[in-house]
Design a protein around this ligand. Structure first.
Ligand SMILES: Cc1ncc(COP(=O)(O)O)c(C=O)c1O
Length: 407
């Protein structure tokens, strides 16, 4: 396509866009099990209004748009508080989990260079950690050492210990991880790190905005946040279970001192001092405004209400899947994600049948599985889903060979 010679009237344009959009996943109907975190029409409305109010502003310069500086500081403070940071804690917002993770890795790398003189940095992450850590290692010049999982699909702490060398700058654990929804043994991992002056990052991109509320509901949540000694940074995504529109995450630091290793300052050009907290230069304002709006709109009671809906939905789904003879859930998911597979039937073939019935379940490997990220929007389809799944598992045949791919 080339740029049109003459501009297209907006009515025609939106007609075309709406037409193209009919090809997209039906997430409103609760048939999509990843990527989107809908929390109800009232939340949609708040997000729309916040996005509209900040379509044009740029968060690069906090002096020009102090309202954005104010809202970012509030979002970080509320998140740090939820994660049990204290007066010494701090952080910034980023565009998403990947950018928060990149900043956590950069902080660990630069801290180790300054404090320990390490010039060939290595990091250790579970094999189940999100690919953002591999990306960070590649972008930032670290060697990634992957640790295997135990039978319960949590990382093997002894294996992590064996991978530590004099060049280890960072150890990582997930709370929970994406593939199986289980939380790594954060206390033990962070303990290993702390005793050697190594940074430790909890990837709570998924868990940061749901685990605190599950815990308050009395659900057993293993320790993962700043209450665990040795945890130095945490990534927590507002655009996942914080229910914000995309482009909003927090990288939280236990101690403001390590934030210096994240921030980029530069004055060797004619434009004067340039400061940037993360990867992006110009930063969209709307995600900051939307994060601030949705967090204040929902408040603790709103997040608790939604967490209860999800917990009940997950419980019903787990029960329903466990009751299907051919299927079982891998591991013991700690939160609101799960993966299920089978020893008897081809689980990818079950995925094919579910595709044909309009469900979007991601396929996984080692072990073979179908993956579910449960949101409040799924409460309404539990029975419909389980009926289709039961029928699909009864006689799935052979799969069409569709590749396992993330989201
Ligand atoms: C556990 C975990 N960490 C990090 C990320 C990366 O987040 P993002 O896609 O916002 O970059 C994800 C995304 O699903 C995730 O599940």
């Amino acid at each position: 396509m080339k740029l049109p010679k003459k501009g297209i009237p907006s009515d025609d344009l939106f007609a075309r866009m709406n037409e193209m959009k009919t090809q997209d996943a039906d997430w409103r109907g609760g048939r999509t099990w990843s990527l989107i975190y809908p929390a109800g029409e009232d939340v949609d409305e708040v997000l729309r209004r916040a996005n509209e109010l900040y379509v044009y502003e740029n968060a690069l310069n906090p002096f020009r748009f102090p309202s954005l500086q104010h809202m970012e500081a509030d979002v970080v403070a509320m998140t740090v508080d939820m994660l049990h940071g204290d007066d010494r804690s701090s952080g910034t917002m980023t565009s998403g989990g990947t950018e928060s993770i990149l900043m956590g890795v950069k902080t660990a790398r630069d801290r180790a260079l300054v404090e320990r003189g390490i010039t060939d940095p290595q990091m250790i992450a579970p094999i189940s950690a999100h690919p953002a850590f591999a990306k960070a290692a590649k972008y930032l010049g670290l060697e990634l050492r992957q640790a295997p999982l135990r039978e319960d699909l949590r990382v093997d702490v002894d294996a992590v210990e064996k991978l530590i060398t004099a060049n280890t700058v960072l150890i990582v654990g997930s709370a929970p991880n994406y593939p199986h929804g289980v939380i790594d043994p954060i206390e033990q991992l962070a303990g290993l790190a702390a005793s050697r002056e190594i940074s430790f990052h909890t990837d709570a991109c998924v868990g940061g905005f749901i685990l605190p509320f599950l815990e308050r509901l009395g659900h057993p949540v293993p320790p993962f946040d700043f209450r665990v000694p040795g945890v130095t940074t945490i990534s927590a995504d507002v655009h996942k279970y914080g229910y914000c529109t995309k482009g909003a995450s927090v990288i939280a630091h236990r101690d403001k001192a390590t934030l210096d290793h994240q921030i980029f300052l530069y004055d060797q050009w004619p434009g004067g001092l340039y400061g940037s907290p993360a990867l992006a230069g110009a930063r969209p304002a709307a995600p900051i405004a939307a994060a601030w709006a949705v967090m204040n709109y929902l408040g603790e009671d709103g997040y608790m209400r939604l967490a209860k809906v999800i917990l009940d939905t997950v419980t019903a789904l787990r029960r329903g899947i466990d009751a299907i003879e051919q299927l079982h859930i891998w591991g013991e998911p700690d939160a609101t994600l799960l993966a299920f597979g089978s020893e008897e039937i081809d689980i990818a073939a079950v995925g094919d049948i579910m595709d044909d019935r309009g469900w979007h379940l991601d396929r996984q490997e080692n072990p073979g599985a179908l993956h579910m990220m449960v949101t409040p929007n799924h409460a309404k389809i539990v029975e419909l889903f389980l009926t289709d799944l039961r029928e699909a598992a009864a006689n799935p045949g052979k799969s069409r060979g569709k590749q396992a791919r993330y989201s």
